[in-house]
Design a protein around this ligand. Structure first.
Ligand code: 2PG
Ligand code: MG
Length: 440
């Protein structure tokens, strides 16, 4: 028996940011240390993601998690009792074995990721450390030297905004910022300026799923134009201080050969969509494009990456689904050059870390990501910092489930400074020069 021996595992049904049920798992260890985690949920799902356990039926549109809660309180609690929460690989291996499916559909990816993360959180608590620090310490690594560079949504779109525009996320990256805190400051000014410009035109109509402004635009490109004006109105220089990033989430409006841009009233083939995006990249300071083509359009992804991959991050989200195997295969094909690391797509922490290692071997940059249906859980910020992930994406700079993460980043920045004897940058240093294609 050690201080990280699992005594009990308990699940409860809680709520996510879309007002949908989700599962929280709480693990208690032998001498009272506790950890917990809440599963997030995506709206734009990749085909290869771990499958969620949802009850079906009438209640909550079929999205209930009673079965998942019962599984944790019964089968999983029994399996984990007496196991070592500090041995993450064994805990996750057990969960995978008990599930027994290739897509995690028996226990549910939501059930598994909440359990897996809760175990890590409990082990950290037993060591009286925040999770980011425990992740380092347990591997004998020194304290992190940077926080992830934020990628922050200004306009929502796609399935996060009822299809009002086709592009799913219009984001900014503070490519000129000197610190994590400054990146947030600048982005908050851009968000405020964008809201002001929208209000002046009578276009301000609330927010989308992740707190980005509602995309009340007449074309997909109009959002880019307004974003440029907002950056300038905030007194910042587009392309220097602040650059643009898009999540096209192309699988949501098309597949190989046929992409229907409803807002623009046109249908493009793979090269047509690629060409449109390359044109935008030439005319706007876009440094990052996620899922530019559909997850099944590998040839299109290869051609797009060949065209812009030297200067732009081509990020696989639905295209890679945080799978080590897919990252390896698609890196060989040169079908993208960066990866979104989204733990609930993988289903366990160990598999998420394996995906990150595969990305490192492939020379890909990584972006830790929350989901569009999220909660006050801040685990993703701890993983990003503890694992040296160089970027993070958790939605906009509004709404509690988003600010919970940014604010936790600020706390971690303070903790890193304290560890460095207060001499460090209390605003949170960012990854070193040479990390990103844009130079800083
Ligand atoms: C994405 C994510 C997060 P969702 O596509 O990148 O923004 O959205 O959680 O709906 O898959
Ligand atoms: Mg995405």
């Amino acid at each position: 028996m050690s201080k990280t021996t699992i005594k009990s595992t308990l699940a409860r049904r809680v709520w996510d940011s879309r007002g949908r049920p989700t599962i929280e798992v709480e693990i208690t260890l032998r001498y009272g240390a506790k950890g917990r985690a809440i599963a997030p949920a995506g709206a734009s799902l990749g085909i290869g993601e771990a499958v969620e356990s949802r009850d079906g039926g009438d209640a909550f549109g079929g999205l209930g998690v009673e079965a998942a809660v019962a599984t944790v309180n019964g089968e999983i609690a029994k399996t984990l009792k007496g196991r070592d929460a500090a041995d993450q690989a064994s805990i996750d291996k057990l969960l995978i074995a008990v599930d027994g499916t290739a897509d995690k559909s028996r226990l549910g990816g939501n059930t598994m990721i909440a359990t897996s993360m809760a175990a890590a959180d409990a082990a950290a608590d037993a060591h009286r450390m925040p999770l980011w620090q425990y992740l380092r310490d347990s591997n004998g690594q020194p304290a992190p030297t940077f926080l992830p560079l934020p990628e922050i949504q200004i306009f929502g779109g796609g399935v996060h905004a009822g299809g009002r525009v086709d592009v799913q996320e219009y984001m900014v990256i503070a490519t000129g910022a000197d610190s994590f805190a400054q990146a947030l400051d600048w982005t908050a000014e851009v968000y405020r300026a964008a809201a002001g410009l929208m209000a002046d035109k009578g276009m301000l109509q609330g927010v989308a799923d992740q707190g980005g402004l509602w995309p009340n635009f007449n074309s997909n490109e109009e959002a880019l134009e307004l974003l440029m004006r907002a950056i300038e109105a905030a007194g910042l220089t587009p392309g220097q201080d602040i650059s643009l990033s898009l999540d096209i989430a192309a699988s949501q409006f098309g597949s190989k050969g046929k992409y229907h841009l409803a807002r623009d009233g046109r249908t493009l083939d793979s090269d047509g969509l690629s060409g449109l995006l390359v044109d935008w990249i030439e005319r706007y300071p876009i440094v990052c494009v996620e899922d530019p083509l559909a997850e099944g359009d590998k040839e299109g992804m290869i051609r797009f990456t060949w065209a812009v991959g030297k200067r732009v991050q081509v990020v696989g989200d639905d295209f890679l689904v945080t799978s080590a195997e897919r990252i390896r295969a698609r890196a060989r094909d040169k079908a993208c050059n960066a990866v979104l690391i989204t733990p609930n797509q993988a289903g366990t922490l160990t598999e998420t870390l394996a995906a990150l290692s595969a990305a490192r071997k492939a020379g890909f940059n990584a972006i830790a990501s929350a989901r569009s249906g999220d909660s006050e859980d801040v685990g993703i910020v701890h993983l990003a910092t503890g694992w040296d992930i160089e970027q993070i994406k958790v939605g906009s700079i509004t709404r509690g489930e988003r600010t919970a993460k940014w604010n936790e980043g600020l706390r971690i920045a303070g903790a890193l400074a304290a560890l460095a004897g207060e001499d460090g940058n209390i605003d949170g240093p960012l990854p070193p020069a040479g990390t990103f294609p844009w130079g800083k």
